[in-house]
Write a protein that binds this ligand. Structure first.
Ligand SMILES: Nc1ncnc2c1ncn2[C@@H]1O[C@H](COP(=O)(O)OP(=O)(O)O)[C@@H](O)[C@H]1O
Ligand SMILES: [Mg+2]
Length: 285
């Protein structure tokens, strides 16, 4: 059996008769790496996620078929797998952009798969940043205003937003380009602006869907290095759906998916839920 996938689910407390009746629960992850065993707080936990897209009468796609995965705080992970295997669907659900038919999603100790829209919006603004393949910058706005907009959406004043945006652009090495519009920047620089925008509200997690998919090799390297640097400096968790082996190589861990399930994981996750942690620790000791 692939280590750290379906067996971990059982260790994670989702076995028979263990429904989650509480809205908050802090859990730990124990991951075996080549350097030894790491224990970290679980930041994202996905359990038995199912999602069916109805295309018409008797015509549907099961995009997720019981996907289960746990991600530790401060990890940088890649999610890989063939086109159509459900990577984007799972990422969107982790980021509260879409809802599953069944299963659980926990973010930073809170159950989020069934939050009200308003609560979800607030959570998204505060705890998750997104990076997209196509950068999604507003073409008529400067780099600074693109980044500041995200802070304003999160409730900051215009002035405070500008200050925060300046800091975020500095963090991605683009302070001198603050007044440039996207068309005056290279692809790598545009994606770095998008990283600054994702970073501006100091989220716990940054999620990216093919963040290097539109970039040449040199620009990809620039963006990958920047993400890794931010990850190491700030402890921000990165979850990156990718086909790019260079992205995967920069990550702590690669999660593989196929046909709507998580099939393999480069680390060996040996235990998950804190509620069961003591028992699990004993069990694996
Ligand atoms: N909104 C949607 N409506 C219908 N089918 C969808 C929708 N989104 C995704 N799918 C289908 O679900 C499956 C998984 O899609 P996706 O998560 O985008 O895969 P990946 O990101 O791994 O390429 C695919 O078969 C895709 O066609
Ligand atoms: Mg996709």
């Amino acid at each position: 059996m692939a280590p750290g996938t379906s067996d971990t689910g059982a260790a994670g407390g989702q076995g028979a008769g263990a429904p989650s009746d509480s809205r908050t629960r802090h859990t730990r992850l124990i991951i075996e790496t080549e350097e030894g065993t790491k224990t970290m707080k679980t930041i994202v936990s996905v359990k038995s996620l199912n999602k069916r897209y109805e295309l018409g009468k008797d015509n549907y796609v099961d995009a997720l078929r019981g996907a289960t995965v746990n991600i530790g705080s401060g990890e940088m992970v890649a999610i890989m797998g063939p086109s159509g295997c459900g990577k984007s669907t799972m990422l969107h659900m982790m980021g509260c952009l879409d809802t599953p038919d069944s299963g659980e999603i926990w973010l930073n100790g809170r159950r989020v798969d069934d939050l009200s829209t308003r609560a979800t919006t607030k959570l998204l603004r505060e705890e998750i940043g997104f990076i997209f393949q196509g950068f999604n910058l507003v073409s008529t706005m400067t780099a600074l205003d693109n980044v500041a907009l995200a802070a304003q959406y999160a409730g900051k004043s215009r002035r405070e937003s500008q200050t925060m945006a300046r800091e975020a652009l500095e963090a991605v090495g683009l302070a001198e380009r603050a007044a440039h519009r996207p068309s005056e920047l290279s692809g790598g620089q545009q994606q770095r602006v998008a990283i600054a925008r994702a970073l501006v509200n100091k989220p716990a997690v940054i999620m990216g869907d093919e963040p290097t998919g539109n970039l040449d090799t040199a620009s990809s390297a620039e963006v990958i290095d920047m993400m890794r640097e931010i990850n190491l400096l700030t402890g921000t968790t990165f979850i990156l759906v990718t086909h790019d082996p260079d992205v995967a190589a920069a990550c702590d861990r690669v999660i593989h998916m196929r046909d709507g399930v998580v099939t393999d994981d480069t680390s060996r996750l040996v235990a998950a839920a804190a509620r069961d942690a003591e028992r699990d620790l004993e069990r694996v000791a």
